[in-house]
Write a protein that binds this ligand. Structure first.
Ligand SMILES: CCCCCCCCCCCCC/C=C/C(=O)SCCNC(=O)CCNC(=O)[C@H](O)C(C)(C)COP(=O)(O)OP(=O)(O)OC[C@H]1O[C@@H](n2cnc3c(N)ncnc32)[C@H](O)[C@@H]1OP(=O)(O)O
Length: 241
């Protein structure tokens, strides 16, 4: 599951336990509850840092749960997966519209929906000693939801990087991910990636930006993604000059 902690202006969302942090309706709902709490406590200078315990950041949708909950019926499994696609989309909307800077510290493997969860944050840092980024959909024979693609097109600038991650199913370690433009920086281990995330978060918090303005400017950066997510933008002026 997940925990939420606040230290100063920085909120720490941690995916807890040493499991694969696979996303199913219950887990998605618990993360969304935490983000709702973060939003309700947001003030100028708030920042979110998301990380995970164990060797996985998130291994994507909980396929085991979907299969077991559908009594092995392939059509019911697909229906449950499609339901998770819809539920997870709301979580992505929460992150893309959160009124504060967001940082993902990738502390382990981030796959498929788990990688989308990570890059839904403004900044992505990754440990180099463990963990890969991997879009497994081609390997497991399923296509991607439109907002997954929109997120990839919005956050990964290089066409060859998008091609390799989606059409070659490459498993990307931190240094390669930095070179591909998937993550911003690579760090030695779990401790140092978290330290770097906290240092970045505290620097961003000092700016004490207006959260509503921050959220609207972020959304205006990603028109294709926001259209697919059903997010609109609006002009905001809370002048501080
Ligand atoms: C009719 C209608 C049609 C409808 C169509 C749509 C249908 C509806 C579907 C909609 C959904 C679509 C989108 C899907 C989203 C999803 O999320 S689906 C779920 C996807 N998830 C997965 O597929 C899981 C993928 N994960 C994996 O394959 C593995 O877990 C892994 C990530 C590859 C990790 O494998 P694992 O064996 O666990 O790895 P490790 O044991 O951790 O590591 C292996 C060795 O590698 C070493 N290592 C790891 N990282 C590093 C590193 N960075 N540097 C160096 N070495 C590393 C690690 O130490 C291991 O080494 P040894 O210990 O020596 O073995």
């Amino acid at each position: 599951m997940c925990t939420l902690e606040k230290r100063g202006n920085v909120f720490f969302l941690t995916l807890t336990g040493d499991d694969e942090h696979c996303l199913n309706p219950t887990f998605i709902s618990s993360i969304r509850s935490a983000l709702s709490e973060v939003k309700s406590q947001s003030i100028p200078g708030s920042v979110l840092i998301t990380s995970a315990q164990g060797k996985y950041f998130s291994n994507g949708f909980d396929l085991k749960w979907a299969k077991s909950a559908s009594d092995g019926s392939p059509s019911k499994t697909i229906d449950l997966l499609l339901n998770m696609v819809d539920l997870f989309k709301l979580l992505v909307v929460d992150l893309v519209s959160l009124p504060m800077p967001t940082i993902a510290a990738i502390t382990g493997h981030a796959c498929a929906a788990g990688l989308v969860l990570a890059i839904s944050h403004d900044y992505v840092l990754m440990r180099r000693d463990r963990g890969v980024l991997y879009m497994s959909e081609l390997d497991i024979g399923i296509t991607l939801p439109d907002y997954f693609i929109a997120m990839m097109r919005s956050k990964i600038g290089k066409p060859e990087a998008r091609r390799d991650i989606l059409l070659r199913g490459v498993k990307v370690k931190a240094e390669e991910a930095v070179a591909m433009g998937l993550v911003g920086s690579a760090h030695d281990d779990g401790e140092s990636v978290l330290e770097a995330a906290v240092s970045m978060g505290e620097d961003l918090a000092k700016k004490k930006w207006d959260g509503e303005v921050y959220s609207e400017i972020r959304k205006s950066l990603y028109p294709e993604l926001c259209e697919v997510l059903g997010l609109t933008t609006k002009d905001v002026a809370n002048p501080r000059f």
